[in-house]
Design a protein around this ligand. Sequence first.
Ligand code: C5P
Length: 222
Amino acid sequence: MKKLIIAIDGPAGAGKSTVARLVAERLGYTYIDTGAMYRAVTWDTMRRGIPAENAEKVAAVARAINLHLATVAGKTLVKVDDTDITDAIRTPEVSRQVAEISKNGGVREAMVHLQRQMAGLGGVVMDGRDIGTHVLPGADIKIFLTASIAERALRRWRELTDKGLAVDLAELRAEIACRDKADCEREIAPLVQAADAALVDTTDLTIPQAVEKILELCEART
Ligand code: C5P
């Protein structure tokens, strides 16, 4: 059977990572979380004390980063060199800074280069903001996964609260709205639904329902 390239894009908190990982699992494909890559670069600039405004130094960090992604027991493990940053890249501090770092053209160029290499010959599910429009425009299946802002904020709140982090729902909603705005309005590869992407609104869908919907679309293509 043909090994597909599946691109899943959408705003923060729409359930992309969970749904994409499960779709990959069901198909025996590799899952690539490109948000984790931008988060890792952000983490690396923060630990080095490089401000987002220093475009050249930020881009140099992205070009030099020694990044490893692996899906283990339903989780994307992220390492920079030998340091496990799986949890460190999900903190509110990194979430607040990541959209700013992701605007940097040099950062995007370095990440897109890695992402295209990772997609290889297929058998991948890649999620992000610009996968169907820019990174893999020839993808076999393109999904734009979204949900209402209220639902997305609530999901993030539950996720962080479950991890024992004290977060305020209204603040979280404002942060997500701010990140969406930055992602949609940036000059390079903004978040936009590709003309040939299928819209999947998960506001009233469970995770298994969203997964099934995407698998049905994949079946039609194999
Ligand atoms: O998917 P996640 O919410 O972890 O992504 C974090 C951030 O990384 C996004 O808000 C966006 O600024 C950036 N990103 C991007 N392009 C991608 C994936 C993520 O700019 N393909």
